[in-house]
Each structure stands twice: as structure tokens, then as C-alpha cells.
Design a protein around this ligand. Structure first.
Ligand code: AMP
Ligand code: MG
Length: 399
């Protein structure tokens, strides 16, 4: 519905589905150094440049032997270390001393761990029976040359960085990070570096959002605070729509000076929803204008943080070329919990160190940033369930 208020209320699940359906990856690719790849999203599949392991590789320190000779006493004809190749081959009744990472000599078909042998001069006594293929990795079992080992769209972490180094990728093709404009609104908001007057509030939302954007794979672009008047808001919204995504905080409730939606409507916006049945964060706007997506996040700090995590994060991830996920774990409540049905609630809570139990955190409501910082997760109370007993499972969103 272009140019008008949508008055469209969705459930948590419907709203998330809507964000996932509407947003898409920009698809621009850039090449970066391997050392900068952590956290980025791979833009092309990566293939093995050769077999892995590239040779039959010993997994143990011990003796390379022929299983047909076991158990028995074998003559040691030499040794092979990692980084060397044994020039001869293991014949009947013979063994080669071998180190972890060394290539299995020709003729041998297993490695006996040193702990399972007894050395007597130039001989080794092995009491164990034969077990072909033990204690070494045959050539190509981990990946054959040419096999796809990383898919496009994979978020790179330390294991993927190791894999890229393994196949010699010094330069990594990744998706360009989306530029995400952050626009706080409110006459009472002053920049965090300013000494506020009694009735003023420092801008914390832009900072929590910037941290969340960065974690989601975007580049945060901080705009100045928009004042609660049409001109100021419109000028900064237009600037924000030059980025790939615009995040507004505040100004979307039903108050007299909540003019964000009016400004967006005048810019020809399409609104996908403007209310979600969640708490915190009910008045929440998602739409597009001038070919860019925007979220109007409610200004209460808890609302801003939660609505980013459960909705805007998915948009940033999708625009980064990654597959959005929202892992909701489960833990047992340490005490009973009740809420009024109809809204999915996200409340600050403490998850025990082993992740087994969860305790709701006392707090003073959506403005209580200190309580949010004390908590280490959010308890997720389903919209259709009223009460939980101590010991019942409940869903958990990590922060
Ligand atoms: P609003 O959604 O504009 O009605 O704001 C709701 C509440 O959040 C008010 O108490 C605001 O002072 C507070 N708030 C709005 N923007 C910010 C911000 N950038 N940083 C901290 N608090 C904010
Ligand atoms: Mg406001």
C-alpha cells in the first residue's frame, strides 16, 4: 500500500516471514585478503585444489607395517618424518618408523601406534592382530581434487578461514557489506558525548544498533538525531534512504510528535506492517521507499534492541548474502512464570553457565538498559501460553 498508513498487524512469526520474503542480497562482490575474511560472507564456491590429504598421511607416531605380518617381530628398515618421503618400500617382515603427518611408505597398509609396540634393537615386536587401514588417512578421503568444499553464502569463521588457507586462497571473494543508516529521533535525545540537561536522554539506541549491525555483517552509518518535526525528520530520512537499509529509532508510536510514518508515506513508501504482536516493540514499521528498505523501530531501548535482533538482523544478514537464522534454544525455568497471552514476549533473563536453566531478570520495563546489560539472554514467552511451572522448558534468545 503505497503512500498511506498500512494499519497492518502481524504476529511475531508472520512479521519475520515477511522480512525474509521481502529482502534480498544486493549481490555485489569484492575481493578481500584472507586475514580480513572472518565474519564475511563467501560469494563464490571454493573447490579443493588437490586431494586432501594429498598423500596417505600417518595419524600417529609408530611403525608403518604390512597387516599380513601381524602379530610378529619385524625388522626396522628406516624412518620417515613429516615433510619427508620414504624412498624404499616396506617388504614382508619389515617396518618403517613413522611420525604423525608423514606419508605412508609404499608397501605398508597400516600404522601401529608406538604405545602398542616394544622395540628390541633394530626390531619391533607387535602383539596386535592386523587391522588394515588403521591410523592413517588415505589420499583424498577428506576432499577429492575439484570437490566443492565451501558454498557461496557461507559466513566465514575460523574453521572456514583455515580451509581457505589450506587450499591456498590468499584473496577471498565475498559479498559487499550492506550500508545501514541509523537515524535516532526525538527532541529529548542528545548525543552520547554531550552533558544532558535534566529532561534530556543520551542517545544510546544508535550505539546499540551500530553494534548489532556490525555483528550482523553490515556497515553502520550514524546519522544525526532527527528532531520531532517534519522538516528535520524528512531531510534525514531522505539521507538515510541513500544507504542500503535505513533503521529509524523512535517516533513510530501513536504520540502527537511521532511523525516518522507520515514522512515515509509522503516519500511514497510501501508499508509491509506497522504493528507486531510482541513485547517489547509493538509499534514496529517495516517497508520500502525509493527502492530501499527501512525499519521504524520503537524508541524504548529494549524495544529497539529486541526488534533489531528478531527482525532487522534478518534483513541485514539477507542483504549480506548470508542465510538468516534465529536460534531459539530451550532451558528449564528456575521458577514459575506467567504472562498475559496474545503477545510473544522477550524478557531479559539469566541463563546458567551450563545453559541448562533460566531465571527471569527483574527489570523496570523497556527503558531499563542496566537490567538488559545484567541479563545474558532473553526469555521468549509464547503468545498462546499463559503459565509455566518451575522446571518447564521455555525458549531462549541469546543476546
Ligand atoms: P519513542 O518511540 O520516540 O516514543 O521513544 C520511546 C522512549 O524511548 C522514550 O522514553 C525515549 O526517550 C526513548 N528513546 C528514544 N530514542 C532513544 C535513543 N536514541 N536513545 C535512548 N533512548 C531513546
Ligand atoms: Mg520520540
Amino acid at each position: 500500500m503505497a503512500g498511506a498508513r498500512a494499519q497492518m498487524t502481524l504476529t511475531f512469526e508472520q512479521a519475520r516471514e515477511c522480512v525474509l520474503r521481502e529482502t534480498r542480497a544486493a549481490g555485489d562482490i569484492e575481493q578481500i585478503a584472507l586475514g580480513d575474511a572472518d565474519g564475511r560472507v563467501l560469494a563464490e564456491p571454493i573447490h579443493a585444489d588437490r586431494d586432501y590429504p594429498p598423500f596417505a598421511r600417518s595419524a600417529r607416531d609408530g611403525y608403518a607395517v604390512r597387516s599380513a605380518d601381524l602379530p610378529g617381530t619385524l625388522r626396522i628398515i628406516g624412518e620417515v618424518r613429516a615433510g619427508e618421503v620414504f624412498s624404499g618400500s616396506v617388504g614382508a617382515g619389515e617396518a618403517v618408523e613413522i611420525m604423525t603427518g608423514a606419508p605412508l611408505p609404499a608397501g605398508a597398509d597400516q600404522v601401529i601406534m608406538i604405545e602398542h609396540t616394544r622395540r628390541e634393537g633394530d626390531r619391533v615386536v607387535i602383539d596386535r592382530p592386523a587391522k588394515t587401514g588403521d591410523n592413517f588417512n588415505p589420499r583424498g578421503v577428506e576432499a577429492a581434487a575439484g570437490a566443492a568444499i565451501l558454498e557461496s553464502g557461507k559466513r566465514l569463521g575460523f574453521t572456514e578461514v583455515a580451509l581457505l588457507a589450506m587450499v591456498g586462497k590468499q584473496c577471498v571473494p565475498v559479498y559487499r557489506r550492506p550500508r545501514v543508516a541509523i537515524l535516532p529521533t526525538g527532541d529529548e535525545i542528545v548525543e552520547a558525548g554531550v552533558e544532558p540537561q535534566e529532561f534530556q536522554i543520551r542517545n544510546s539506541n544508535a550505539w546499540s544498533l551500530a553494534a548489532q549491525v556490525r555483528r550482523a555483517g553490515g556497515v553502520a552509518e550514524m546519522l544525526p538525531v532527527a528532531r520531532d518535526n517534519y522538516e528535520s525528520t524528512r531531510m534525514l530520512v531522505e539521507r538515510g534512504l541513500e544507504s542500503d537499509l535505513l533503521l529509524l529509532s523512535g517516533g513510530v508510536s501513536a504520540g502527537k510528535y511521532d511523525i516518522v510514518e507520515k514522512v515515509l508515506a509522503d516519500l511514497g513508501a510501501t508499508f509491509f506492517f506497522d504493528r507486531v504482536l510482541i513485547q517489547p516493540g509493538q509499534p514496529l514499521v517495516f517497508g520500502s521507499a525509493r527502492g530501499k528498505f527501512f525499519f521504524g523501530l520503537p524508541g524504548n531501548p529494549a524495544s529497539t534492541m529486541v526488534t533489531f535482533e528478531i527482525f532487522a538482523r534478518a534483513a541485514v544478514e539477507k542483504m549480506s548474502g548470508a542465510t538468516p537464522t534465529l536460534p531459539l534454544l530451550r532451558a528449564k525455568l528456575t521458577r514459575e512464570f506467567h504472562h498475559k497471552t496474545g503477545l510473544t514476549r522477550f524478557l531479559p533473563a539469566t541463563l546458567s553457565a551450563d545453559g541448562a536453566t533460566i531465571t527471569p531478570q527483574p527489570w523496570q520495563g523497556s527503558g531499563d538498559i542496566a537490567a538488559l546489560a545484567r541479563a545474558n539472554c532473553f526469555l521468549v514467552a509464547d503468545a498462546d501460553r499463559e503459565s509455566w511451572n518451575a522446571g518447564d522448558d521455555i525458549r531462549v534468545l541469546m543476546k
